[in-house]
Design a protein around this ligand. Structure first.
Ligand SMILES: [Zn+2]
Length: 209
């Protein structure tokens, strides 16, 4: 069984690595955003309950997210395991998850804060077509302009350097106890997330065994 969670700050490259590893292992790559969207689209009773929260502009409660996740884990493609990307985010969620399924490996992506700030604050987007760019890793052909339609790119308030610093601080505070939980259980695999996606993929593969 490969019951895996990926932990790590925004900007650490979890999503890219999760998609890749899930494909290699033949297990579903599950993020809560995708799970909720799928449940809402399928009009399941749980999906409808989640939709009511989303429409009201509220966060979907953890219990409901976990019920949706649990239902998803009963589907045939999750028989060999699953890869949870970006969940759990805090200790309460991790404890609730543990009551529903064992976790074999928790891979904790680690990157120096200055690298994260550079990566995240380099994100720009096109307000017209929603294309995203990164001045460091994926710059537009003409500086500050969308490749598709030439619109001036903007930065989301969340991606400005001061907001990024706050996001990382919140992440560190909420995640430290979570890492400790998996460490005590002998499931934690710290991962050096510096380098190219190919380099990181080799370390991810070694971490999950
Ligand atoms: Zn555009």
């Amino acid at each position: 069984m490969h019951r895996i969670v990926f932990l790590g700050p925004p900007g650490a490259g979890k999503g890219t690595q999760a998609a890749r590893l899930a494909r290699e292992l033949g297990i579903p790559h599950l993020s809560t955003g995708d799970l909720l969207r799928a449940a809402v689209a399928a009009h399941t009773p749980l999906g409808q309950a989640a939709d009511a929260h989303i429409r009201a502009g509220r966060l979907v409660p953890d219990d409901l997210v976990l019920e949706i996740l649990e239902a998803r884990l009963r589907e045939p493609d999750a028989r060999a395991g699953f890869l949870l990307d970006g969940f759990p985010r805090n200790l309460a969620q991790a404890e609730a998850l543990a009551r529903r399924t064992p976790i074999d490996v928790a891979v904790a992506f680690d990157l120096p804060p200055d690298v994260l700030v550079t990566r995240l604050s380099g994100r720009w987007m096109c307000p017209k077509c929603q294309s995203t760019y990164n001045v460091a890793t994926q710059p537009p052909k003409e500086a500050g302009r969308c490749d598709r339609d030439g619109t001036a790119l903007v930065q989301r308030p969340d991606d400005r350097p001061e907001a990024v610093t706050t996001r990382l601080k919140v992440y560190a505070e909420q995640t430290a106890p979570l890492l400790e939980l998996y460490r005590r259980a002998g499931r934690l695999r710290p991962l050096d997330a510096r380098g190219s996606p190919d380099e990181v993929a080799v370390r991810v593969r070694a971490a999950v065994g």
